[in-house]
Design a protein around this ligand. Structure first.
Ligand SMILES: [Fe+2]
Length: 196
């Protein structure tokens, strides 16, 4: 049985104002790297298991590496899915708006918090997550791809704030320009569809 992660095609994601097609293509290429590396690590681990080589440092380090690569796949797929040219506003009267207002008081306060977190120094992700037990939503920071994810929480919105997300179009110091562009492209219809 083949346990390889499939490579999804986001090549049709073009025409976003302020994020060039080349920027998206380069970013998609990086996503391909996470798929390739995750599959490589899995195959190497399976070979080590088959050979009985599970007491080695390499076995331990590959197992520690896999969450970085695997979360790199998942968060990029969620990110590309919740972007589209022109974006889509938070649907009025929907589940997501209700949950956001419950937690932040208003849509404006939620978006201000999302942007404030996206301006934090360091590479990582800003996620809007939902606790499936309580239904509560909250913005959370994830360092790299794997530190800060809460097991079982649903990712409703994924926002990449690694510098590679804008370095084709903007200087490393120009994160605010990237944020203006990417916020205008956020597709909250997709976010709504992910909301419990
Ligand atoms: Fe990325």
């Amino acid at each position: 049985m083949n346990f390889d992660f499939p490579l999804r095609d986001f090549s049709s994601l073009k025409g976003i104002d302020g994020l060039s097609d080349e920027q998206i293509a380069v970013h998609r290429k990086l996503y391909e790297g996470y798929v390739a590396n995750s599959n490589k690590i899995r195959r190497e681990l399976d070979a080590m298991r088959a050979a009985g080589d599970t007491d080695s440092i390499a076995f331990a380090e590959l197992n520690r590496r896999l969450p970085f690569e695997n979360n790199g796949i998942v968060l990029h797929e969620l990110y590309f899915e919740n972007l589209k040219p022109g974006g889509a506003a938070i649907p009025k009267g929907g589940k997501f708006e209700r949950r956001v207002c419950e937690r932040y008081g208003s849509v404006e306060a939620y978006l201000a918090d999302l942007k404030a977190m996206a301006k934090m120094r360091g590479v990582g992700w800003v996620l809007t997550v939902q606790d499936p037990t309580t239904g509560w939503v909250e913005n959370r920071w994830v360092t790299l791809h794997q530190d800060g994810n809460v097991a079982g929480y649903r990712v409703l919105l994924s926002l990449d704030v690694w510098e590679h997300a804008w370095c084709v179009d903007y200087k490393p110091t120009e994160r605010p320009k990237y944020l203006d562009a990417v916020f205008a492209a956020l597709d909250f219809d997709v976010v709504e569809s992910r909301t419990l």
